[in-house]
Design a protein around this ligand. Structure first.
Ligand SMILES: *Cc1c(COP(=O)(O)O)cnc(C)c1O
Length: 464
C-alpha cells in the first residue's frame, strides 16, 4: 500500500546542535541586586547574569559549520584578499549593486553614507529610521523624517505590510521642501523600530518611482532583507512561487544602494556593508572608509568575518530556515496573544513587540512604561529584552523630552540559537509578569548622555 505523506504541525529547528554553550540560572534576590548595580538599565547587565538574552538579534546568531569552514580558510591579506572577493561577489549577486564597501557594522555604513551626502538643513525621509540611522542623520545636521503609513503606528491594527511608507506624504514632503534638500530617500526592511513589520514589493516600487521622478537616490536599510523577502513571498500576490533570493534581487533592483548590518540577515557576529551604483558617491565613500574603517577591501572586518558574511547571506535566504524563523516568532506571539497580552500585530520577523502602554496604563509615558516592563521581565524570569519607547526616542535634538509614538518592549530572537522549549519558557515569563502587572513602577532617569541615551543611562524606580 502507498504510504501517505504528512504535513507536520511542529516546525522543527532546521539544524542539529553540535556545539553548546551553558546558560546560568540566578534567583530573584540575585537579579534584584544585579539590576540595581546596572543602574536599572539592562544594557549594563553582564550577559552571564542573563538566562535568555533577547536584547537583540544583532550579531547574536549561531553560525553554521559551512560558515566556520570558510572562516578557517580565510585570506587575511591587507589588500585584495580572496575573502573580500568572495564577499563582494555574494553582495553583488544578491543586490546587483556595483560598488561594495565593507564596514565593521551597519552604523559604519550609515556614517560613511550620511557624512558623504547629508548636509545641515537636509531632510531624509524613511518609513521609520532605526535609532543609529536617526542618530547619524542628525549628527550630520539633517532631519530624520518618519513617514510610515498610519497603520504602522497602531500596534493592534492588522495589516500585512505595516512597514510601508506613506507615499502621498513622501510626495508632499518633496514638493513642499524641494528635492535639493533631500539627498536620499531610505526604506527600512523590515521596519525594526516599527515592530519588525515588512514593506511590500508594491510599496518599494512606488517609493522607487517617486525617487526616480524627482531624481533623488533611493537607498534601502537592508538589515532584514531576507525576512522581508519571506513576508512578500507569503503575503503578497504573485510571489508565492518565487524563491526568497529572486524576491530579494527584485527588491534591490528598484534601489540605488543599501546600507547593511551583516549582524542581522548576514548571519554573522560582526560586519556590514554599503553597496551602491553611483561611481562618484562610491569614490567619496571609499575615501572616507579608508579614514574611518580601513582599506576598502576589508573595511573594518577580518578576512574570516567576510567569509562568514559571504556564506551567511545565502543561508539567510534558505527557504527552510526562513519558514522556521518566521514561524517560531509567530508561535511565540500566539502564546502571548492567547493569554490576553497586546503585542504588535501581526508578529514581525525577528521579534515580538509587547505594547507596554496597553499593559501598564497607570505608568505615564515619561515614566517609561516599556522600560518598567523590560526590567520586570528580567527580575521575574532572567530574560533580557529592550525598550523601544520614550527612553530610546523621547529625547529631542533641542534637549526637551516628548513621549515616543509607541511604548514597546522588543523581545528579539537570535538566529538559530534558542529552541522551542526556550520559547515556551519565555512565554511563561511574559505571562507571569502580565499577571503581576499592577505591582510595576515607573522610572526616572538619573543620568544619561546626550545621544543614544538608552545604551548607558542610569535610572531609578519610583517608590510605590
Ligand atoms: C541593527 C540595525 C542597524 C545598525 O546596524 P549595526 O550593525 O548595529 O551598526 C541599522 N538599521 C537597522 C534597521 C538595524 O536593525
Amino acid at each position: 500500500m502507498e504510504l501517505n505523506d504528512f504535513t507536520p504541525n511542529t516546525i522543527i529547528e532546521p539544524f542539529r546542535i553540535r556545539s553548546v554553550e551553558p546558560i546560568r540560572f540566578t534567583s530573584l534576590e540575585q537579579r534584584k541586586e544585579l539590576l540595581q548595580q546596572a543602574g536599572y538599565n539592562p544594557f549594563l547587565l553582564k550577559a552571564k547574569d542573563v538566562l535568555i538574552d533577547l536584547l537583540t538579534d544583532s550579531g547574536t546568531g549561531a553560525m553554521s559549520s559551512n560558515q566556520w569552514s570558510g572562516m578557517i580558510s580565510s585570506d587575511e591579506s591587507y589588500a585584495g584578499s580572496e575573502s573580500f572577493y568572495k564577499f563582494e561577489a555574494a553582495v553583488r549577486d544578491i543586490t546587483g549593486f556595483e560598488h561594495v564597501i565593507p564596514t565593521h557594522q551597519g552604523r559604519a555604513a550609515e556614517n560613511i553614507l550620511f557624512t558623504t551626502i547629508a548636509r545641515k538643513g537636509d531632510v531624509i525621509p524613511s518609513n521609520t529610521h532605526f535609532d543609529t540611522t536617526r542618530a547619524h542623520v542628525e549628527h550630520n545636521g539633517a532631519e530624520a523624517l518618519d513617514l510610515v503609513i498610519d497603520e504602522g503606528r497602531q500596534p493592534l491594527t492588522i495589516h500585512p505590510f505595516k512597514g510601508n511608507m506613506n507615499v502621498e506624504k513622501l510626495r508632499e514632503t518633496i514638493e513642499s521642501i524641494g528635492r535639493e534638500r533631500i539627498p536620499v530617500i531610505m526604506l527600512t526592511l523590515t521596519n525594526n523600530s516599527g515592530g519588525g513589520q515588512p514593506v511590500s514589493m508594491q510599496n518599494i516600487k512606488e517609493v522607487s518611482e517617486i525617487a526616480r521622478e524627482f531624481d533623488i537616490p533611493f537607498f534601502i536599510d537592508a538589515c532584514r532583507f531576507a525576512e522581508n523577502s519571506w513576508f512578500i513571498k507569503t503575503r503578497e500576490d504573485g510571489y508565492a512561487d518565487k524563491s526568497p533570493i529572486e524576491i530579494a534581487r527584485e527588491i534591490f533592483s528598484y534601489a540605488d544602494g543599501c546600507t547593511m548590518s551583516a549582524k542581522k540577515d548576514g548571519m554573522a557576529n560582526i560586519g556590514g556593508f554599503l553597496a551602491l551604483n553611483d561611481d562618484q558617491i562610491a569614490q567619496e565613500c571609499r575615501s572616507l572608509t579608508i579614514l574611518t574603517e580601513g582599506f576598502p577591501t576589508y573595511g573594518g572586518m577580518a578576512g574570516y568575518d567576510m567569509e562568514a558574511v559571504a556564506a551567511g547571506l545565502y543561508e539567510a535566504l534558505d527557504e527552510g530556515y526562513l519558514r522556521y524563523r518566521i514561524r517560531s516568532t509567530a508561535y511565540f506571539g500566539e502564546k502571548l496573544t492567547d493569554a490576553g497580552i497586546s503585542i504588535v500585530q501581526p508578529t514581525g520577523g525577528h521579534a515580538v513587540y509587547i505594547d507596554a502602554r496597553e499593559m501598564l496604563p497607570n505608568i505615564k509615558p515619561l515614566e517609561y512604561p516599556a522600560w518598567s516592563l523590560t526590567n520586570a521581565l528580567y527580575l521575574i524570569g532572567g530574560v533580557r529584552a529592550v525598550e523601544i519607547g520614550s527612553v530610546m526616542f523621547g529625547l529631542q535634538p533641542d534637549g526637551t523630552e516628548k513621549p515616543a509614538a509607541m511604548e514597546l518592549v522588543r523581545l528579539a530572537i537570535p538566529r538559530r540559537v534558542y529552541t522551542q522549549s526556550h520559547i515556551d519558557y519565555l512565554a511563561e515569563v511574559v505571562i507571569n509578569t502580565f499577571e503581576q502587572r499592577e505591582k510595576l513602577n515607573g522610572y526616572k532617569i538619573v543620568s544619561a548622555p546626550p545621544v543614544l541615551r538608552h545604551f548607558s543611562a542610569r535610572l531609578e524606580p519610583f517608590e510605590s
